[in-house]
Design a protein around this ligand. Structure first.
Ligand code: ATP
Ligand code: MG
Length: 426
């Protein structure tokens, strides 16, 4: 017998029993973005490889070893998007959306990275990406933080995440710091691991981001980027913290927060949790003013973030009081030939009269007993019951599936519809 084909490692199905939680999160995300006046943009999953190389940076983990890159039939090198910032900016440049305009955009979808799969780290994962363009001031950086603060609260997980903030300064300021940092690490080569020795040549700031406990002290004693920031960068950072203080949003300054991507400038932030083991960053972002020029646009401003949906859901799963809606409100039981025929017609009438009701009709026959079992399993609150006797009289019965109330018998179809509306099924 042939082996069954299985999904690709690190790429997961979301089964029907899991989708209510996804939908609940997605709906809340949309509502919060709506409350701040953000617009959705939909982007291709595949882009030219060059786009990611140029924007994310050749010496980042993503471009060095995580991209799904392939030649298409024309021989062009394409890549499954590992993140959305590059594609979003590409689209906005291509369609001229950045000329004297401001934008507040979001996208939602699958991203692809060839990483070692583990809890909270997958090869296909979903992100909400939020990107804003054309705004230089610290207020928009703060708005992105406020927006997430509101979402955490709405989802009931505010106390499970905390905000860490840093500033990476301008590219010039970072350049000076980089030299000093390299000097420092060169004086401590014996304490660097293999990864860090490599990064010392390519991307020394990333050494600060190491997860290797053995390097804790050498990193702790490294010079701090904050000390190299110029007046303007410092003021920008200060202004953000003032807004956050004013609105009562706590944060921690984390001078080791450098982010994996090259394109950040000034503000960087992460929302982190202690509840998901080592995959503790749920949402991360910052300002990346330099990237627009790097991709061929006129100098402009950009701030954004991305949130990992699987990590968000893992956090939500630690709650026990989320009320998820069942895909079915009412289940129709039909036993007998006339009942089956009449039931289908009645179901369409119900759907006309109560358009928001989720009504599932039993198909494929079965005894009352087996149909009741299916009704119960469907998650429905109510069963509408049609046997041939009822059908003969044009009547139905209604039974609650979730409490012990008496079955309501001998109802006309119209009465049944009124009953459902009265009981809030609309
Ligand atoms: P990490 O340090 O965990 O690898 P990253 O810096 O690579 O994260 P970003 O590129 O900033 O992550 O992506 C933003 C968010 O997307 C992360 O904070 C995380 O929630 C999520 N994310 C990133 N990579 C993965 C992955 N492989 N699987 C699941 N979620 C991911
Ligand atoms: Mg990563």
């Amino acid at each position: 017998m042939a082996n069954n084909i299985q999904a690709i490692r690190g790429m997961h199905d979301v089964l029907p029993e899991q989708t209510p939680l996804w939908q609940y999160a997605e709906q809340n995300i949309r509502d919060v973005l709506g409350a701040y006046g953000y617009s959705e943009i939909r982007l291709p999953i595949v882009e030219k490889t060059e786009l990611f190389k140029r924007s994310i940076g050749e010496v980042t983990d993503i471009v060095e070893k995580e991209m799904y890159t392939f030649d298409d039939r024309n021989g062009d090198s394409l890549t499954l998007r590992p993140e959305g910032t590059a594609g979003c900016l590409r689209a906005c440049l291509e369609h001229g959306l950045l000329h004297n305009q401001v934008h507040r955009l979001w996208y939602y979808g699958a991203m692809y990275r060839h990483e070692r799969p583990q809890k909270g780290r997958y090869r296909q994962f979903f992100q909400l990406g939020v990107e804003t363009y054309g705004m230089a001031g610290p207020d928009i950086d703060a708005e992105l933080i406020l927006l997430m603060d509101r979402l955490w609260k709405k989802l009931g997980i505010r106390d499970k995440v905390r905000l860490e903030l840093n500033s990476l300064g301008t590219i010039a300021e970072r350049g000076i710091y980089r030299e000093r940092l390299v000097n420092y690490f060169e004086g401590h080569l014996d304490q660097l691991d293999e990864d860090s020795l490599r990064r010392l040549k390519t991307n020394p700031l990333r050494i600060l981001d190491t997860k290797n406990p053995a390097m804790k002290s050498v990193v702790a004693n490294a010079p701090e980027l904050m000390d190299f920031l110029g007046e303007e960068s410092l003021q920008h950072f200060k202004a953000i913290t003032t807004i956050l203080d004013d609105l009562g949003i706590a944060y921690k300054l984390n001078t080791r927060l450098v982010r994996g991507l090259d394109y950040y400038s000034k503000t960087v932030f992460e929302w982190v949790t202690d509840e998901l083991g080592s995959q503790g960053t749920v949402c991360a972002g910052g300002r990346y003013d330099g990237l627009i020029e790097q991709l061929g646009g006129k100098p402009n401003h950009a701030v954004g973030f991305a949130m990992g949906i699987e990590r968000l859901l893992a956090l939500m799963e630690t709650l026990d009081n989320i009320k998820l809606t069942s895909p079915v409100d009412v289940y129709m039981i039909r036993v007998g030939e006339i009942a089956e025929q009449q039931g289908l017609r009645f179901a369409e009438t119900i759907r006309n009269e109560i358009p928001n009701l989720k009504l599932q009709v039993n198909c494929g026959g079965g005894s009352f007993k087996s149909q009741f079992k299916k009704a119960d399993k469907s998650g429905a609150q109510l069963a509408i019951i049609l046997g041939d006797d009822e059908a003969d009289r044009g009547e139905v019965a209604i039974k609650s599936l979730r409490n012990n109330q008496q079955e309501q018998q001998n109802m006309s179809q119209q009465q049944a519809i009124e009953f459902m509306i009265e009981h809030g099924f609309n």
